[in-house]
Ligand binder design. Structure first.
Ligand SMILES: [Zn+2]
Length: 559
């Protein structure tokens, strides 16, 4: 009945043919969205609750329920008829209403990612599971003895004997040959699926469904590469001197195993500082409540429903989840009173306030962060504070002497950490792009070419092994790694904008945001309430005056 009335009214009222068709299409889309949300909303809530319960209890039956509901949602988004309708709406371009058009784009992308041929999808999922299992049961060996990942890391962090270090590093790479052939097979299957949907390869498709354009991401990474080249070389030369001296060798003799992480993605702990000492008599939960209340984004209602402390069977990591997009936001942590959990607590609550302070009037489909990396950016923005000397002084009541002690090393660490990660993220992004563009090339050589170009780490002479395959992300979290870097860039861009335009300061010296309500108000209005109303780069432009750029990250950490 309703459909007929709408058609009839349209015929009567329309004078211009274009307007007529437009109104009709819009009404049709509006109906589609209403029906779609009515179907998805309750299942999405149930699935979020199931996944929450599984993480808290660790019970297999809870995990089963979670995968059952996830599959149900996936089935909705794989419906070919719905997709055909959205595709036709996209082609005609007759949806003029911006809110409707935006919801259509979001739906189109969500459906697109799920339009794989079911047989092919099954092969991809099964092979992914097989690789993940191989990763989790595999143990490298040193002199014939099995070692765990943490034993390997411990050796790389503490041993001074180069021979022992080399053995540990080699052990960390032994999983490569076990999984490499399967990963290449998986890449080809993913490419096959993407090509059936009209894309060059899976990498291009993944970026496109996340509204990212390869050229645009290339440009950002290229800027970052050029801007960090020289400073990274200097910083690394200083670091190399210390690392070489620790092992009694010349800096020119340093090999990949002399860094403190198998991939040199983490900061070697060479400048001594114990930040935990400042947190051990404090309560990180109380500190987080006090801080977020101070900036006008209270988190008590999030913490009431959250699960903050260790217990048997519970997920040992941390995450934030928006259960219903109607205010039920929760975080899972395993808090201890130390610096790293302070960072995690601030990080997860950064996601939390993004979800909590959305615009409740916005359409349900748009009550989401603009992109996975924009919510990561908010989490990083707040997480960085746990090591910020000004923040620590104000929140932990430190003396000027204590603050000066922290300052001596903290800035250097922050630079080192960010630069090392940035150069590592370039390896990941560039290699993965080329992996999908041509999985048949000499990937072992390509990997070392990237490592030498970006990280300035020397390839061991004659090495020809699939060292790239030892990085689990290529198998289980494909084409996603670059988003961690984009998150860091946006966090710095926001920081710069807030310092200059919201707090009206000339420099960010002493900026800790403590008690500054205008910071929370600015973020709520410009980032959280914008939800996914705009393309992520449009949101960033509206919030900071320019599209995403590497320049403020460089200003904050490089110069
Ligand atoms: Zn996060």
């Amino acid at each position: 009945m309703k459909a007929i009335t709408i058609l009839f009214t349209t015929v009567l009222l329309c004078i211009l043919p274009a307007g007529c068709a437009s109104g009709e299409k819009e009404a049709q889309l509006d109906q589609f969205i209403t029906a779609h949300v009515a179907k998805v909303k309750p299942i999405a809530r149930e699935a979020a609750l199931a996944s929450w319960e599984a993480a808290v209890s660790g019970k297999p039956e809870d995990y089963d329920r979670m995968s059952e509901l996830t599959l149900k949602i996936r089935q909705i988004y794989s419906d070919p008829e719905d997709f055909a309708l959205l595709q036709s709406m996209k082609k005609t371009g007759r949806i003029k209403d911006p809110l409707l058009a935006r919801q259509r784009t979001i739906l189109y992308n969500a459906y697109l990612g799920n339009q794989m041929d079911p047989e092919l999808l099954k092969q991809i999922v099964d092979l992914g599971v097989k690789i993940e299992e191989n990763f989790s049961v595999f143990r490298g060996t040193i002199d014939g003895e099995k070692v765990t990942d943490s034993q390997i890391k411990e050796i790389l962090k503490t041993f001074t004997n180069s021979v022992e270090r080399e053995k540990a590093w080699l052990a960390s790479k032994q999983v490569g040959p076990v999984v490499a052939a399967d990963i290449i097979k998986l890449v080809k299957l993913r490419n096959q699926a993407a090509q059936k949907l009209g894309f060059d390869n899976y990498h291009t498709m993944s970026l496109a469904t996340g509204e990212q354009d390869v050229k645009e991401i290339d440009r950002i990474f290229d800027d970052l590469y050029k801007l960090t080249n020289l400073p990274y070389a200097q910083l690394k030369a200083d670091l190399d001197k210390i690392l070489a001296a620790n092992c009694n060798i010349a800096a020119g003799e340093l090999m990949p195993w002399h860094y403190h992480d198998p991939f040199f993605q983490d900061t070697p702990l060479v400048y001594d500082i114990d930040l935990d000492a400042y947190y051990k008599d404090k309560d990180v939960k109380d500190l987080s409540i006090k801080f977020y209340a101070g900036i006008g984004l209270p988190v008590e209602s999030i913490l009431e429903k959250s699960d903050l402390y260790e217990q048997e069977g519970k997920n040992p990591h941390a995450f934030c989840t928006d259960i219903d997009k109607e205010g039920d936001v929760r975080i899972l942590c395993n808090l201890k009173n130390n610096e790293s959990w302070m960072e995690t607590q601030l990080h997860e609550l950064g996601h939390g306030v993004y979800d909590k302070y959305h615009d409740p009037q916005a359409p349900w489909l748009l009550r989401e962060p603009a992109h996975a990396f924009t919510t990561e950016a908010m989490a990083m923005f707040f997480g960085r504070l746990s090591r910020n000397p000004a923040w620590m002084q104000q929140m932990l009541d430190l003396t000027d002497v204590q603050r000066a002690d922290i300052e001596k090393v903290s800035e250097r660490y922050a630079r080192l950490k960010q630069l090392i990660f940035a150069r590592w993220a370039m390896v990941m992004y560039d290699f993965e792009k080329q992996l999908y563009a041509n999985p048949d090339q000499d990937l072992n050589a390509l990997w070392w070419k990237m490592v030498e170009k970006y990280q300035f780490v020397k390839k061991p002479k004659g090495r020809n092994e699939p060292d790239w395959a030892a990085k689990i992300h290529f198998a289980i979290a494909p084409c996603y790694y670059h988003n961690y870097m984009l998150g860091e860039l946006f966090a710095s861009q926001l920081h710069n904008h807030i310092v200059a335009e919201v707090l009206k300061l000339k420099s960010d010296k002493d900026v800790a945001y403590v008690g500054q309500k205008q910071v929370g108000a600015y973020l709520a209005e410009n980032v959280f309430q914008a939800g996914s109303l705009y393309h992520w780069n449009e949101m960033i432009k509206r919030a900071t005056g320019e599209p995403l750029t590497a320049k403020y990250f460089v200003r904050q950490f490089v110069k």
